[in-house]
Design a protein around this ligand. Structure first.
Ligand SMILES: [Zn+2]
Length: 70
């Protein structure tokens, strides 16, 4: 199990938990680059986020990108 660096929730991440024989749930979601995370003020420090935070961050980044692109 891993701890979310944003909210502290426990969650499982296949790459972090070394269960490499199956795809992680996060591979089904759009990925955020380190630059995306910095723009959101979220530094994962080499970790992953819990499902709730990752979805929140992806939505927030999508909104930022939409307003930047005008
Ligand atoms: Zn979280």
């Amino acid at each position: 199990m891993s701890n979310c660096p944003r909210c502290g929730a426990m969650f499982s991440c296949a790459p972090v938990d070394e269960s490499k024989d199956r795809p992680c749930w996060c591979s089904a979601l759009p990925s955020l680059s380190p630059a995306d995370l910095q723009a959101l003020g979220a530094d994962p420090a080499g970790s992953c986020f819990c499902p709730a935070c990752l979805k929140t961050l992806i939505a927030a980044r999508a909104e930022q990108t939409a307003s930047d692109g005008k």
